[in-house]
Design a protein around this ligand. Structure first.
Ligand SMILES: Nc1ncnc2c1ncn2[C@@H]1O[C@H](COP(=O)(O)OP(=O)(O)O)[C@@H](O)[C@H]1O
Ligand SMILES: [Mg+2]
Length: 292
């Protein structure tokens, strides 16, 4: 069992610090005394216990034990087809395990998990709805109209899309569409944010900006995050721990866990991260080219 007892629950109600002029442009606020960019969420721990999923007689995941602390960011890496998306779907309650269980804040996930929100690789927006209307789809059922409008406005603001609220998805860039999907997840005030390769389809520069945005949003909201990624640098930039799924025909388990040192936001040029990059690539079975 992997646990992080040192990372206790984050205080759910304390106010986020205002985002000042040193913030990246997409988060910079017109007035430093304006409403907070992101409200803190009641971050929750996630526990996977002997978790397994087989499709027919084909085991995909087997014997997964993992404790993710409230407010922790865990990156999930592994070969294509190793079961990363399956694992996220089990946490979201979009699929059911064939063995073991998922606990969110100590209670078993059984059906769609309201405390979780998912962002997929594709934004999955309704093309005939505006950006704001798409975001509003994320609101929990029963949200009052005025409160919902406020929540949508806040989420759009936090991803830098206020000016595009009335645009249709085809009128915005790929990065903006993915920010819309992120805002749609944020209006749920998720205690657990599940990100399934959310930047994989974006160009390299947009991807870096999105990483910074998610980093900022996580630090201000305090949400627990499970991030599936193919990108070793992304894992090292954003995660407290990187978990590599094993390649096992009997079902992928946890192959390796790497603690990523250093407070976030991290310096992309940090030589410590460069050394860990080599280690992670090695764990993923990607050989390092021999020096010339
Ligand atoms: N609903 C399903 N029915 C049958 N097989 C599935 C289903 N969902 C996923 N799989 C299989 O499980 C394996 C893991 O898939 P996935 O979790 O999407 O991998 P990853 O996200 O790591 O690339 C794949 O071989 C995939 O074909
Ligand atoms: Mg996947």
């Amino acid at each position: 069992m992997i646990s992080r007892p040192d990372r206790g629950s984050t205080s759910a109600t304390s106010a986020a610090p205002p985002v000042g002029s040193d913030a990246p442009p997409h988060l910079r606020r017109p007035s430093p005394t304006g409403p907070l960019v992101t409200t803190r969420v009641p971050a929750v721990p996630v526990t996977l216990r002997a978790l397994g999923r087989a499709f027919g007689d084909r085991p995909v995941l087997a014997g997964i034990d993992l404790d993710v602390a409230a407010g922790e960011v865990v990156a999930l890496l592994g070969a294509s087809g190793s079961g990363k998306s399956t694992l996220l779907r089990l946490v979201a309650g979009l699929d059911r395990p064939t063995a073991g269980e998922v606990l969110v804040d100590g209670t078993r996930v059984d059906g769609i998990e309201n405390r979780a929100a998912v962002v997929f690789q594709e934004p999955r927006l309704l093309p005939w709805r505006t950006v704001a209307e798409n975001v509003a789809f994320g609101l929990p059922d029963g949200t009052a109209r005025a409160a919902g409008r406020e929540e949508v406005a806040r989420a759009l603001d936090s991803v830098g899309l206020t000016a595009f609220a009335g645009h249709r998805p085809r009128e915005v860039s790929g990065g903006m569409a993915q920010r819309t999907a992120l805002a749609r997840a944020l209006v749920r005030r998720p205690g657990v944010l599940l990100l399934d390769e959310p930047f994989a389809a974006l160009d390299a520069l947009t991807r870096l900006r999105m990483q910074d945005l998610v980093d900022d949003l996580q630090r201000t909201s305090g949400a627990t995050v499970l991030l599936v990624t193919h990108d070793v640098d992304e894992a090292l930039q954003l995660a407290d721990r990187a978990v590599v799924l094993s390649n096992d025909p009997a079902g992928a388990g946890i192959g390796h866990v790497l603690d990523v040192p250093g407070d976030r936001p991290r310096d992309r040029a940090d030589p410590v991260l460069a050394a860990l990059r080599v280690e992670l690539l090695d764990r993923l079975g990607v050989p390092r080219h021999a020096p010339a």
